[in-house]
Design a protein around this ligand. Structure first.
Ligand code: NAP
Length: 245
């Protein structure tokens, strides 16, 4: 059994995109994974079946991360199923772009509810329940560095994630739990590929490695932070972005 054997990881937003790649990678690395999703039950169940077929262990857990009670129930379900929780990956997120002058209240409220409050809900449960040796990994974005027009609200939610990451890493002093964030650059998922082709091409060219990130690139970064080699990284934001900033 690998060094991660018996450890349990909750991955939010794991029905597709980066989260699905993270769940698959952590399962391959020996973690038992809890595949959280909001609405995509079919893809989440299919991923769990794929992981089980490959010899891993996985369950699915529906929860809208913006709902604190639902997030608490998800942690309860993970504990009930496996008796322990070692890793939380706060990956669930949405992106809605607009210049501030044209942005509606709904665009602001939804991104804050899912990207910021959703991460807060996960951090709070993890801070209360993770075991010694635990790892908490939340999702920022390299747009916090790029700060392009249209990204104000999205980037603000991610800057908030980075702030909470730094603070929680200090609040958990003495618990032997690391708290970090991963900040991907452009990555080939539905969230990014909703951009106009011209934006996709421009950002791909802007990246020194001259390609889009793949979900597996980001999953490898998370696996490092969650696994035995990442134990000395704490309170950091790791920009996994091919060098775009
Ligand atoms: P994606 O392909 O759109 O997938 C989003 C995932 O989040 C889905 O599994 C979705 O589940 C879930 N989700 C959405 N709202 C949720 C909610 N309220 N509660 C629970 N789950 C919810 O996005 P992605 O590109 O993989 O993004 C993953 C993370 O990386 C996000 O935090 C994003 O901001 C960040 N990021 C992405 C990029 C990029 O270029 N792709 C760059 C930087 C940062 P359902 O299908 O059930 O709705």
């Amino acid at each position: 059994m690998s060094e991660n054997g018996n450890k349990v990881a909750i991955v939010t937003g794991a029905s597709r995109g980066i989260g699905a790649a993270i769940a698959e990678r952590l399962a391959a690395d020996g973690f038992t994974v809890v595949i959280n999703y909001a609405g995509s039950v079919g893809p989440a169940e299919a991923l769990a079946a794929r992981i089980e077929k490959a010899g891993g262990r996985a369950i699915t857990a529906q929860a809208d991360v913006s709902d604190p009670a639902a997030v608490a129930r998800m942690f309860d379900a993970a504990k009930a199923a496996f008796g322990r929780i070692d890793v939380l990956v706060n990956n669930a997120g949405i992106m809605q772009l607009s210049p501030i002058a044209e942005a509606g209240d709904e665009l602001f409220d939804r991104q804050v509810a899912i990207n910021l409050k959703g991460v807060f809900n996960g951090l709070r449960e993890a801070a209360r329940r993770l075991r010694s040796g635990g790892r908490i990994i939340s999702f920022s974005s390299s747009v916090v560095g790029l700060l392009q027009p249209g990204y104000a609200v999205y980037a603000a939610t991610k800057a908030g994630v980075e702030a909470m990451t730094h603070v929680l890493s200090k609040e958990l002093r003495g618990r032997n739990i690391t708290v970090n964030a991963v900040a991907p650059g452009p990555t080939a998922t539905e969230l990014f590929l909703q951009n106009p082709q011209e934006v996709i091409d421009r950002l791909t060219k802007l990246t020194p490695l001259e390609r889009l990130g793949q979900p597996q690139d980001i999953a490898a970064t998370v696996a490092f932070l969650a696994g035995p080699d990442g134990g000395w990284i704490n309170g950091q934001v790791l920009r996994a972005n091919g060098g775009i900033i």
